[in-house]
Design a binder for this molecule. Structure first.
Ligand code: UDP
Length: 239
């Protein structure tokens, strides 16, 4: 078991759906606890950790607007969903004695800190896990873009995108037996081939700031820690 990480500060992005386990909706506490354990094992290496969690397990703006809801209102509902997920993760991490702060892009002072960049940096320096909630605070964006934005602002060395598969494939590995995993792939190839790593604005923002995106499987126990210690399979998206 590796005890070292070459990374000092990273951002972990997970979708809201990663927290719902086998259910079709919402939060599955044992799954939240399992992911918190993965985060703790990396925290134990001394790595400073930012997190962004999506809201798709509760509400997506596009789904709301498809049902006739006004788009920006629906997007605010999606952002509020990410706050619920952030609070669930905070609770699970603190259960493991990992100190955290939930930092919201939409002010709700009784629930979470407002986002103040220098304050968030200080939390990281004090080894608190910073869970950035409410996305970017703006409709028409996604939490992938929020993750890229915060990773840049916090000077993270990379974004770790935890998914159900161990990297980026040329086609869906759950459907095609001959799907091939990329070891590395460029931002531009992701955009041109619509490889589905993150949405286009998130990838463009990562590209323009040379922020590597590491796509890995969060279903693999110990996988997150392993990759930080230089083991395991993943895809590295870079320039
Ligand atoms: N959202 C938004 N602005 C942001 C981030 C998120 O409007 O900066 C809304 C948007 O409606 C989105 C929802 O919040 O559908 C949930 O986020 P996302 O779809 O990124 O969650 P994930 O797919 O990662 O679970």
């Amino acid at each position: 078991d590796s005890q070292n990480s070459t990374f000092k500060r990273v951002l972990l992005k997970i979708s809201g759906e990663a927290l719902m386990g086998d259910q079709g909706y919402g939060l599955h506490p044992p799954t939240v606890a399992r992911i918190a354990q993965e985060v703790k094992s990396v925290h134990d290496l001394g790595v400073e950790i930012c997190m962004v969690i999506g809201g798709g397990n509760i509400f997506r703006g596009l789904a709301g607007s498809a049902q006739g809801m006004e788009r920006t209102t629906a997007d605010y509902m999606g952002m509020l969903a990410t706050v619920m997920n952030a609070l669930a993760m905070q609770s699970a991490l603190e259960e493991l004695n990992v100190f955290t702060r939930v930092i919201s892009a939409i002010r709700m002072d009784e629930v979470a800190e407002p986002y103040i960049r220098r304050r968030a940096v200080r939390h990281l320096e004090k080894k608190r896990v910073c869970i950035f909630a409410a996305g970017t605070g703006n409709p028409y964006f996604t939490t992938d873009t929020a993750a890229t934005l915060r990773a840049n602002e916090m000077n993270c060395e990379a974004i770790f995108k935890g998914t159900k598969v161990d990297g980026v494939y040329d086609k869906d590995p759950k459907k095609f037996a001959d799907a091939r995993r990329y070891e590395t792939v460029s931002y531009d190839e992701c955009l041109q081939k619509h490889l589905g790593v993150m949405d286009a604005s998130a990838i463009a923002l990562a590209r323009d700031n040379n922020l590597p995106i590491i796509v890995f499987s969060l279903d693999e126990p110990g996988g997150f820690r392993g990759i930080l210690a230089g083991e395991g399979t993943y895809t590295r998206v870079h320039g």
